[in-house]
Design a protein around this ligand. Structure first.
Ligand code: T3D
Length: 258
């Protein structure tokens, strides 16, 4: 049986590819649980500095596999707590940067997954649909948290209520992605971007992710306290010394040590 998640390493970048091409990588439980496990494995592997999540074929992820819902022996609440919620929590809690490389349509929970990355890279032809209301469900897997923080309540509500397709130009304008690359060179462009990120100071990036994530739900006072606490951890790390020394010696800093 073909694996639902393909795992490949190039340089310090681990790429996890959703692999249910015939259904635009719609998610079944096996895909969701395997993806979560592979993210945890990538986090624990010292050779990996950046993780990329992408899709095989012409889609990124069409959300929940609708063929798998009826006859399920779990309630919706149980199902979300068993599959999607641990996945999104794992991405947001990962100590390494996660790039979602959105190679095609991202719909429903697939849209939430696309938004959950630390860096979101899209192909020109990609699009995102908060498709849940088409089947009279509530946006889940973090969409209700990510989207209003990016576009505000009103635009988020409109996107969710009308389930209209957002193309890459609008996504860039609205802040749903950081970069748009041509379809033809997408895989190579994502790899090059990921390698650039992998050369950055890993400890400082880990702490930056923690600081930003905490600040999203804190007061300014709390954020200032948290910065002061995390800055100590950054300042005590060899990366900081290397950065300062490299600056003084007028050479590029070397943040990767074997
Ligand atoms: O716990 C819970 O279960 C709740 C969790 C919910 C999370 C959710 O994600 S709910 C939302 C579920 N997703 C959808 O409702 C999306 C359904 N799909 C679509 O609306 C469209 O397929 C797309 C807009 C994503 C893409 O359209 P298009 O025209 O590019 O492709 P297509 O022809 O519709 O799809 C291609 C094939 O993929 C097709 O199969 P076929 O006819 O060639 O055999 C289609 O049925 C299949 N497919 C696409 N999405 C799904 C799917 N099969 C199962 N589940 C899907 N979600």
């Amino acid at each position: 049986e073909q694996s639902v998640i393909l795992v490949s390493d190039q340089a310090a970048v681990r790429t996890l590819t959703l692999n249910r091409e015939h259904k635009l990588n719609a998610a079944n439980d096996k895909l969701l649980l395997t993806l979560t496990r592979e993210l945890e494995r990538a986090d624990a592997d010292p050779a990996v500095r950046v993780v990329v999540i992408t899709g095989a074929g012409r889609g990124f992820c069409a959300g929940q596999d609708l063929g798998d819902v009826s006859g399920r022996d779990m309630t919706f609440t149980e199902h979300l707590n068993h599959t999607y919620n641990p996945l999104i929590r794992t991405i947001r809690g990962l100590s390494k940067p996660v790039i979602t490389a959105v190679n095609g349509v991202a719909a429903g929970a697939g849209a939430s997954l696309a938004l959950a990355g630390d860096i979101r890279l899209w192909t020109r032809g990609a699009n995102l649909i908060e498709v849940f209301s088409n089947i009279a469900l509530v946006p889940d897997s973090g969409s209700t948290w990510f989207l209003p923080r990016l576009v505000g309540y009103h635009r988020a509500f409109e996107m969710m209520a009308l389930a209209e397709k957002i193309g890459s130009d609008d996504a860039l304008r609205l802040g749903l992605c950081e970069q748009v690359f041509p379809d033809e060179s997408f895989r190579a462009d994502v790899q090059a971007y990921a390698e650039r990120l992998a050369a950055r100071p890993a400890n400082a990036l880990k702490l930056t992710k923690q600081a930003l994530t905490d600040a999203l739900t804190s007061t300014l006072d709390q954020a200032l306290d948290r910065e002061a606490e995390l800055q100590q951890l950054a300042g005590d790390h060899w990366e900081h010394e290397e950065g300062v020394t490299a600056f003084k010696e007028k050479r590029p800093a070397q943040f990767v040590r074997e």
